[in-house]
Design a protein around this ligand. Structure first.
Ligand SMILES: [Zn+2]
Length: 75
């Protein structure tokens, strides 16, 4: 059994220049967790999109949206 989720927002913020982008560059699926549920394997998958930064002076050409927080701040 597989559950799939995708973020409903159509934009993401570049973590380098904080410019908002709506240009979806690519998308991939990532498995969030696999857990046994009532004797069956349950897989939760998340569609993660990669956006292209629209800021020409930014050195970050693509970045992935962050939809999952791990309760820990990136340093
Ligand atoms: Zn940027």
């Amino acid at each position: 059994m597989t559950l799939e989720a995708e973020s409903p927002t159509g934009e993401a913020t570049c973590h380098r220049c904080e410019n908002r982008s709506t240009r979806v560059h690519d998308r991939y699926r990532r498995t969030l967790m696999e857990a046994p549920l009532a004797g069956r394997a349950l897989t939760i998958r998340l569609a993660v999109r990669r956006f292209g930064c629209e800021n020409a002076s930014c050195s970050q050409t693509t970045f992935s949206e962050v939809t999952v927080r791990h309760g820990r701040r990136a340093l």
